[in-house]
Design a protein around this ligand. Structure first.
Ligand SMILES: Cc1ncc(COP(=O)(O)O)c(C=O)c1O
Length: 461
């Protein structure tokens, strides 16, 4: 029986994981490599060298199941890690779940300085770049959470930081910009006129609200054309997902203290990193035949990569500057409607996560934003914490899992990643409370138009 006397579990600093979990060697089937778009040959370390330091390139392709976390990174992690894991008793009661039968737990990543899970990878990325002699990092940001986290990490390690912020978020969240500037970063609304990629977009679409794909093109262009500058990505890549596994490794220890085991693990998916971080250690146990757990990835109706996208090789950015990655995609030209979950507006997803969906180990579902905000407000009124619009998608997925179990009169233990707070998203809550929020979905016509720009595929895919 699970512990009924606990609300949360906080581990001690000495219980912080000392290694990240790399799921790559355990994934089912032969992994498809990223491809160089010019030659269509597998992209090797040399192709990535203009953008990333060697240590991260090695992690990107590592065959090792465990990767030691450097002491300098653990020292910074201790600022907010281990993060707490809660049992959502008040939410369960407000939903009318059968007492003790359906149980919802959440890992709370909003306690980091940036307010989300993103510093879990921003800190090691800044650390390895500093070690390699990089002077400056460039990046994109959607919700502003990633840009803030990299700005914070660069401040700690004495690196310059330039953030291309998707224009719609730049306008929706002015204080995210100020936060990044407070940590010393420079912030540009994307598309901007400071890069060729940005100028090309503005020429054809002067009113473009931007997308993560466009912002990535701008940040990559600047890094690729300056020797002392590298690029840093907040999601999608293997090394990013690996860094995030501190979340799931801690959660496993905390669930053991609760004396409970999740039947289903739920997370929102923008590029896949927070869900990978929470779920991969649990998935490792499933792949090893130790337990049976379901995994549910949740995305917005407006950007339904896993639920309606095509599995294909595609670019990670709009201008086509990155290697081609095997993933579910809506097409690299796709510009999602400006839903408030800015961090979920990405056309593709992490190849590792896409592989798990394709193999049938992970399920995916999507929601329009109004029911997501209804769940977020119900959560704030019961548990107290204010979810970011992105993890509010995971919350909605978790609530629906518990309600379905109640209807079926089944026991079900649900664990989700509450991966960030919504303190900079008040304009979204304001619109919701005023009844002004709209449900934005993607028509079949728009979807087909976006998919028509996929690059030529290699034989056999
Ligand atoms: C709070 C928050 N949650 C989720 C995401 C989605 O990204 P990922 O799927 O990589 O976790 C973002 C991305 O910016 C974010 O800021």
């Amino acid at each position: 029986m699970p512990r009924e006397d606990l609300v949360k579990v906080i581990l001690s600093e000495s219980e912080l994981p000392s290694a990240w979990y790399n799921i790559l060697p355990e994934l089912p089937g032969e992994p498809l490599p990223p491809l160089h778009p010019g030659t269509m040959e597998p992209a090797g370390p040399a192709d990535l060298a203009p953008l990333f330091p060697e240590a991260l390139i090695m992690q990107e392709m590592s065959p090792d199941k465990w990767i030691d976390i450097p002491g300098e990174v653990i020292d910074v992690y201790k600022t907010w890690r281990p993060s707490p894991l809660f049992r959502s008793r008040r939410l369960e009661e407000s939903l009318g779940l059968t007492p003790g039968k359906q149980r919802i737990y959440y890992k709370w990543e909003g306690v980091s300085p940036g307010g989300s899970h993103k510093p879990n990878t921003a800190v090691p990325q800044a650390f390895y770049n500093k070690q390699a002699g990089t002077r400056k990092l460039t990046t994109e940001t959607g919700a502003g959470q990633w840009g803030s986290s990299l700005a914070y990490a660069c401040a700690l390690f004495g690196l310059e930081c330039a953030v291309y912020m998707v224009k719609v978020s730049y306008e929706q969240k002015p204080y995210r910009r100020v936060l990044m500037e407070t940590w010393g970063a420079s912030v540009l609304a994307s598309p901007s006129d400071t890069t060729q990629a940005g100028r090309n977009i503005l020429k054809d679409h002067p009113d473009s609200t931007g997308s993560l794909g466009i912002a990535i093109s701008e940040a990559v262009e600047v890094a690729a054309s300056n020797d002392d500058t590298h690029y840093s990505l907040g999601s999608v890549l293997n090394h990013v997902c690996t860094h995030q596994t501190v979340v799931g490794l801690e959660a496993q220890k905390q669930m053991a203290v609760f004396e409970d085991v999740p039947d289903v693990v739920v997370g929102c998916v923008g590029g896949g990193s927070n869900f990978a971080g929470l779920s991969y250690p649990f998935a490792g146990d499933v792949l090893g035949g130790k337990v049976k757990t379901r995994f549910v990835a949740v995305e917005p109706d407006a950007c339904p990569t896993l639920t309606r996208g095509t599995y294909a090789y595609d670019f990670g950015d709009t201008a086509g500057m990155t290697p081609l990655m095997p993933m579910y995609t809506l097409g690299h030209d796709f510009v999602p409607a400006p839903v408030h979950a800015g961090g979920l507006r990405y056309h593709g997803d992490a190849p590792s996560l896409c592989g798990l969906v394709k193999a049938g180990l992970y399920e995916a579902k999507s929601y329009p934003q109004i029911p997501v905000f209804e769940a977020a407000v119900a959560f704030a009124r019961s548990e107290g914490w204010l979810p970011g619009p992105e993890p509010a998608h995971a919350l909605k997925g978790a609530v629906d899992e518990a309600l379905a179990a109640r209807e079926a009169d089944e026991e079900r233990v649900v664990l989700f990643n509450l991966c960030g707070h919504g303190h900079f998203d008040m304009s979204a809550y304001e619109a919701f409370l005023a009844g002004e929020l709209e449900d934005l979905t993607l028509s079949e016509e728009e979807l087909q138009a976006a998919l028509s720009t996929l690059p030529p595929q290699p034989a056999g895919v």
